[in-house]
Design a protein around this ligand. Structure first.
Ligand code: ADP
Ligand code: MG
Length: 633
């Protein structure tokens, strides 16, 4: 038994109610015998033993304080508390209740023999009051002892409680520390998670970078290959460059010598151009400085008039044939031929282009610095305006003025390559009844200015208040011609057929300069559509018509006189006798070239006028104007 108790030092025996049997902690089994039985046999004074023994070094769990009631014990109320010996718990010796009870019951009345079972409480006889009192006292003592032991146990428990509380506090502190650590650990865990996710990202990045690196490596390899190829190419290029530089040096040398050659050739070209001008001029002079072209207008059906004969083998001859009936009737009809010859005779089939080909040589002379004057002479309806202006709508029927302008602008573009710069000034004037009228005037009719012809330096004639328009293109000139026609038709409505009774003079002043060669030239191209040359019967011409007729006849005959005077080298040339000759003074004579168209109407009833025109023209054609010289400085 002792060994078994020692084996279980942690067990504590808590006091229990008297009614309950308590398994006591005595030294031997004999002590567990009922007190009454012992005391009856041998009342022994028992050395009080500690009711509760604190055993073991470890504090028993609180739940173990209540000892299990294994076997009921009669009259024994002892309790053994097994507590840890530490923490200063006072170990008050507990008096064995059995011993005490044995002491107390030693002198008690004899115990009535048990009537019940051996385990049950002793039963007093009803009369044994003393015994009952003694039992009661015993019980009371038991209770008191129990109380004491309970109090002691309570104190122990209180101590344990305090210890436990302090321990709980300690544990709480531990707990809070642990919680703190836990929090730290949680933080660390979070950090760890974050770091691990970062690690994952970095790993992904790393693998991406590795991929890239691999790609870069591949690229680098290909670059290196390319580099090698480029190096090879470069070396090839370098050798090519060296060759090219070499050839460039040679080319530069060649270029320099070519430049010299170009300069030399330019000089030669310029000299050639000047020579060409001279030769061209000589040719024109040989052709005559005044030329007369005869142009026969076609009949409505395109045919030639019966009285006009054009020899097939001679482009210069024209014959007017007339058959006169015998007045007496006795003699045969007389046939009379009037033969004329001019520089050229154009039949009804001649086109504007064919005619211009002859004129274009003179236009070239105008660009070379020789003034050129071109007249259209003839009766009204003979084709003067058609020849000069033609039909602007029909490209084939364009007249001499637009064609000459076209040629001039085309030529200036070519001459620009040789260093020539040209400037052009156009004017368009009408002479009616010896009065000047600006055909390029655009202001109010009521404010038309008066004009006067003035002679300026270099024998150049200018008209006051006239619109001199600077032109740079063919189109601009064509616009001015259209404006002039508009102005003429406005005047036409107020005076019937005015245009046929007035001269219209288109002038283009040409100024050329070659700054590189320090050469200048200036000239004027005049294209004149003369008034109708028809003569009226004196009886028909009265009043205004007479005045007109006088003016026309005067200016046309004066034109003839001026040309004749120039041909005869007379000292006095009556330019001033008419506005027309005065205005054209600079373009007629010494240094100019003159071309006169004599336009012929093919109708039979125009015979007389045709004859007059041809006579006038042949008179002009016989003149030779003094050798022209270019206006060069
Ligand atoms: P003018 O100016 O001498 O009075 P026009 O030039 O006005 O004469 O000509 C009179 C008419 O004859 C116009 O209708 C014109 O178209 C026409 N004409 C003149 N010459 C020719 C020609 N060579 N070919 C065809 N038609 C012409
Ligand atoms: Mg006309």
């Amino acid at each position: 038994m002792n060994a078994s108790r020692k084996d279980q030092p942690g067990l504590s025996r808590l006091p229990v109610m008297a009614s309950k049997r308590v398994h006591t902690n005595f030294e031997n089994d004999d002590d567990t015998q009922p007190v009454q039985k012992k005391s009856r046999k041998e009342p022994v004074s028992v050395k009080p033993q500690t009711a509760a023994t604190i055993l073991g070094t470890r504090r028993p769990p609180i739940t173990a304080t209540r000892a299990p009631i294994s076997r009921p014990m009669r009259g024994v109320g002892a309790a053994t508390v097994a507590v840890a010996p530490s923490r200063g718990v006072s170990k008050a010796p507990l008096v064995s209740t059995a011993a005490k009870r044995g002491k107390m019951t030693a002198g008690a009345a004899p115990v009535v023999p048990k009537t019940g079972t051996a385990d049950g409480p002793p039963r007093r006889l009803p009369w044994d009051m003393k015994g009952k009192v003694s039992d009661m006292k015993g019980k009371l003592q038991d209770y008191q002892i129990k109380m004491k032991s309970a109090n002691m146990e309570k104190e122990n428990l209180m101590g344990s409680l305090a210890e436990l509380q302090s321990r709980a506090a300690e544990m709480e502190r531990d707990l809070s520390k642990s919680q703190e650590r836990l929090r730290v650990l949680l933080g660390v865990q979070e950090e760890l998670e974050r770091v691990s996710s970062e690690k994952k990202t970095l790993q992904t990045e790393l693998s991406n970078l590795r991929d890239k690196y691999r790609v870069m490596e591949t690229l680098r390899d290909s670059q290196e290959t390319e580099n090698q190829t480029l190096k090879m190419k470069l070396s090839v290029q370098e050798s090519t460059l060296a060759r090219v530089q070499d050839s460039l040096r040679r080319s530069e040398d060649e270029g320099r010598s070519l430049k010299d050659t170009v300069a030399r050739l330019e000089d030669e070209l310029h000299a050639g151009e000047m020579e060409r001008r001279q030769l061209h001029n000589t040719l024109q002079e040989l052709k005559g400085n005044i030329r007369v072209f005869c142009r026969v207008r076609p009949l409505a059906n395109g045919a030639l008039g019966e009285h006009i004969q054009l020899p097939a083998n001679d482009a210069k001859a024209i014959t007017l044939a007339k058959t006169e009936e015998s007045h007496t009737g006795k003699s045969a009809d007389t046939h009379k031929n009037y033969n004329f010859s001019f520089d050229r005779v154009f039949g009804p089939g001649a086109t504007q282009q064919e005619i211009f080909e002859e004129i274009s040589l003179l236009v070239q002379s105008a660009l070379d610095g020789y003034s050129v004057c071109c007249f259209a002479y003839g009766q009204t309806g003979s084709g003067k305006t058609y020849t000069m202006e033609g039909d602007a709508e029909d490209q084939q029927a364009r007249g001499m003025i637009p064609r000459a302008v076209q040629q001039i602008f085309a030529a200036t573009h070519k001459l620009a390559a040789q260093g020539w710069e040209f400037s052009f000034t156009a004017s368009f004037v009408e002479i009616y009844n010896e009065c000047l009228r600006d055909l390029l005037y655009v202001g109010k009719a009521s404010k038309r200015p008066e004009h006067e012809i003035r002679q300026s330096a270099g024998n150049k004639m200018t008209i006051s208040n006239l619109a001199y328009k600077k032109v740079t293109s063919e189109d601009q000139v064509l616009c001015l011609i259209a404006l002039a026609n508009q102005n003429r038709s406005t005047a036409q409505t107020t005076q019937n057929d005015r245009s046929s009774r007035s001269h219209s003079v288109f002038q283009l002043d040409i100024e050329g300069i070659n700054t590189g060669r320090d050469v200048k030239c200036n000239s004027t191209l005049c294209l004149v559509d003369l008034a109708g040359s028809e003569r009226m019967l004196k009886s028909q011409s009265q009043g205004e018509r007479f005045k007109e007729m006088t003016a026309i006849n005067g200016s046309l005959s004066n034109l003839g006189i001026v040309i004749t005077s120039l041909a005869n080298k007379e000292s006095h040339v009556p330019y001033r006798n008419s506005k027309l000759t005065y205005l054209l003074q600079g373009c007629l004579g010494g240094n100019s070239k003159t071309l006169m168209f004599v336009n012929i109407a093919p109708e039979a009833d125009s015979f007389g006028e045709t004859l007059n025109s041809l006579r006038f023209a042949s008179k002009v054609n016989c003149c030779t104007i003094g050798t022209a010289s270019a206006n060069r400085k």
